[in-house]
Ligand binder design. Structure first.
Ligand code: DSN
Length: 411
């Protein structure tokens, strides 16, 4: 694999360096994962050579008989996995999936309501710098300050005050279970559509280890987080929105789909339908809990007191280090994560008070609870200056070499 890239040594070298980096570091970025070799190979197939604007059976180009079949399989697998009426598998990214969903349901100037970014929401849920507030009017709901969890009564109050046309549920940095049926009731009360952005928790929902989001009008998700597929996204919806969603994706917001990525999505969805995927997600959650509990035992405050899913936030206030410094210090020893605002953070986003820790990628490489706890100890060693960085770096590399990624490949 990759031998042909040797002809461009500059880039080949960067590829080797990146592979080495991934092999020798512990990846705790909650939105990343390590795809199977099958998904990795699927992304680099000749399907990348094809143009296929349109949908199966209705394309603007000839030569799509096999692309049609692949896209139909991806759609059927998505429908089966999530128990939905309709799936569009062409979205290039989570942001463009949300853009298409808004376009399908709203008119420019309509009001949307999502969780504020610094409470765990996403840029596309109405943040002032994003298209979602430039084209639409945005309003926000917030977590409960005490529990740092969703408070459905408060969300209802906010929705009654703001009267949005669309409510968004689903987050980038929220460690607790979301009750989409509560959101459905609130949306019904105010006459709003409900959009569930399940990008982070799609894998958990797929195997029924998180409440489903079927009551939403539209569900958007990326395919590369807990779902462990290629980078990209999908939109799922009730039958009554199917036409509007498809039109909003193509020709509304995108041209030709990336057929190689649709092929890889189909492969990943096939994997997610297997029993082993449920075991994988169970372990992701167990690892997340084990890591969070160990951090708590080491004296760190976990936002909301714990986790129900694949991630959690660590509040570093009072630890003499901010999120950025922690991220950089940990990167030096090969522990890769991201700085993150904690709810109602008073510090700026480039120097937030927390870090976000996620377990999808370490679980994919085979870590179990004991390794997760060991990782918590290594993090504490670094953040609390308990041991020399070089020593921790060596232990990180030793741990990584016991859990190789893509052992089938010789690099
Ligand atoms: N902001 C990304 C994350 O959760 O890391 C998702 O778009």
């Amino acid at each position: 694999m990759y031998e042909s890239i040797r002809k461009d040594p500059l880039l080949f070298n960067l590829l080797l360096e990146e592979i080495k980096r991934q092999k020798n570091t512990i990846n705790l970025i909650a939105s990343e994962n390590i795809v199977s070799l099958a998904v990795l190979e699927a992304m680099g197939t000749p399907f990348t050579n094809k143009y296929s604007e349109g949908y199966p059976g209705k394309r603007y180009y000839a030569g799509n008989e096999f692309v049609d079949e692949v896209e139909r399989i991806a759609i059927e697998r998505a429908k089966k996995l999530f128990g939905v009426d309709h799936a569009n598998v062409q979205s290039h990214s989570g942001s463009s999936a949300n853009f298409s969903a808004y376009l399908a349901l709203l008119n420019p100037g309509d009001k949307i309501m999502g969780l504020a970014l610094d409470n765990g929401g996403h840029l596309t849920h109405g943040h002032p710098v994003n298209f979602s507030s430039k084209i639409f009017r945005s309003s926000f709901y917030f977590l409960d300050k005490e529990s740092e969890m969703l408070d459905y009564d408060e969300i209802r109050k906010r929705a009654l005050e703001e009267k949005p046309k669309l409510i968004i549920a689903g987050y980038s940095a929220y460690s607790r279970e979301i009750d989409f049926n509560e959101f459905r009731e609130i949306a019904n009360e105010v006459g709003a559509y409900l959009l569930a952005d399940i990008s982070h928790i799609a894998g958990l929902i797929a195997v029924k280890l998180h409440k489903d989001a079927k009551s939403a009008d539209v569900i958007t998700t990326t395919t590369h987080k807990t779902l462990r597929g290629p980078r990209g996204a999908m939109i799922m919806c009730k039958e009554k929105h199917a036409k509007a969603i498809d039109k909003a994706v193509f020709p509304g917001t995108q041209g030709g789909p990336l057929d190689n990525m649709v092929f890889a999505k189909a492969v990943a969805l096939g994997e997610a339908l297997k029993e082993e995927f449920k075991e994988y997600i169970e372990q992701v959650i167990k690892n997340s809990r084990a890591l969070a509990e160990e951090m708590q035992g080491l004296g760190y405050r976990i936002v909301s007191g714990g986790t129900d899913n694949h991630l959690f936030l660590v509040d570093l206030r009072g630890k003499g280090i901010n999120g950025r410094e922690a991220q950089e210090k940990l990167e030096k020893v090969g522990i890769i994560l991201n700085m993150n605002a904690i709810p109602f953070d008073k510090s700026p986003p480039f120097k937030p008070s927390g870090i976000r820790i996620g377990t999808p990628a370490i679980t994919s490489r085979g870590f179990k609870e004991s390794e997760a706890k060991y990782v918590a100890k290594l993090i504490d060693d670094v953040l609390a200056n308990k041991r020399k960085a070089e020593r921790v770096r060596t232990e990180v590399e030793e741990l990584c070499s016991s859990f190789p990624i893509y052992p089938e490949l010789r690099f």
